[in-house]
Design a protein around this ligand. Structure first.
Ligand code: ATP
Ligand code: MG
Length: 302
């Protein structure tokens, strides 16, 4: 469980200060796909970056699995981050490394065996449907394929939590659909709790069981997605909902349409479409759970 308690963040510079988050209280229960939606500049990225302490809150607490981690540093912080994968809008892959090397990167920097890292990297590429692309470089992949590589890399340490910062915003609608389906399957079959931020209500509608609306640094509305959609209270929520219209991706649409169909070169991984036992072992098998975690920069890629 991730809890944010009275979280505030003010950026200060010689030109003045800017309050990006004000008194945020939020609880993400295990198993949730919790969506945070807001317009540009609302504070979404700042909020999600506070969860893994890429950004240090000015005040308040980040509590993960009942541990107050707000001031974690050094090995405690590195260990914490093995529990928390993150993916970004721009994929943040290493251009000079091939797909397999990108996925293995968080393992490589530890002292585990290369054979274990290779095995784990290939398991993850299988999971995201890119087993045949391990030797390709990011520039040779579509945006959707690059995001799959980033998802594989984020899962390599078997995290409990996955943070997604506008993970589909750079993708077309059908590819978005396929990535959302992958995230949904990862949540369900690998028991990974997901916190995602987006400015698109269709993303919330497609996969989130809960939603919070952030506006001008504060959470102004929250609840189960169905309740908020059925009876939005705040004007900003109504405005965001009004963007849905024909672009809406229903839950059924996501689970039925299959990203596989939208990306012909990406066969939907069979491990995600019925063989949950095999899939689950990916997060619990012997593998090479490293003793430590990657440095801060590796969360953001190069
Ligand atoms: N490092 C920083 N220094 C100063 N101000 C910052 C910094 N990072 C963010 N801000 C400011 O904090 C506010 C919130 O930024 P944030 O990136 O969290 O917004 P966002 O909701 O993610 O927006 P977008 O949808 O455009 O990504 C913005 O006004 C931004 O300019
Ligand atoms: Mg942002």
């Amino acid at each position: 469980m991730i809890e944010l308690r009275g979280l505030s963040k003010t950026f200060r510079s010689k030109h003045g200060s800017h309050e990006a988050l004000r008194d945020i209280d939020l609880t993400i229960q295990d198993g949730d796909i919790y969506g945070i939606i807001g317009v540009s500049g609302a504070g979404k990225s700042t909020l999600i970056r506070c969860v893994n302490l890429l950004e240090r809150p000015t005040s308040g607490a980040v509590i993960i699995d009942n541990d107050n981690v707000t001031n974690f540093k050094g090995y405690k912080l590195r260990n914490l981050r093995t529990k928390i994968g993150m993916i970004f809008q721009d994929f943040s892959l290493f251009a000079q490394r091939n797909v397999l090397e990108n996925v293995m990167f968080p393992l490589e920097i530890h002292r585990g065996s290369r054979a274990d890292a290779l095995r784990r990297g290939r398991e993850l590429l299988e999971l995201v449907g890119l087993a045949d692309k391990e030797k390709s470089y990011p520039s040779q992949l579509s945006g959707g394929q690059q995001q799959r590589v980033a998802i594989a890399r984020a899962l390599v340490n078997r995290p409990q939590y996955l943070l997604c910062d506008e993970a589909t915003s750079a993708l077309d609608s059908l590819t978005t659909n396929s990535i959302l389906e992958l995230l949904s399957d990862i949540n369900r079959e690998l028991s990974v709790t997901i916190l995602l931020i987006t400015h698109e209500m269709r993303v919330i509608e497609a996969i989130c069981n809960k939603v919070a609306v952030i506006h001008a640094a504060q959470i102004v509305e929250r609840g189960p997605t169905a309740s908020v959609f059925a009876a939005p209270k705040e004007q900003i929520t109504k405005q965001l909902l009004s963007t849905l219209g024909s672009k809406m991706l229903s839950k059924e649409g996501v689970s039925r349409s299959g990203g596989a169909a939208s990306e012909a070169s990406l066969p939907w991984p069979s491990s995600l479409s019925g063989q949950s036992t095999a899939t689950s072992t990916l997060m619990s098998s012997s593998g090479s759970a490293p003793p430590d975690s990657p440095p801060e920069h590796s969360l953001g890629g190069p």
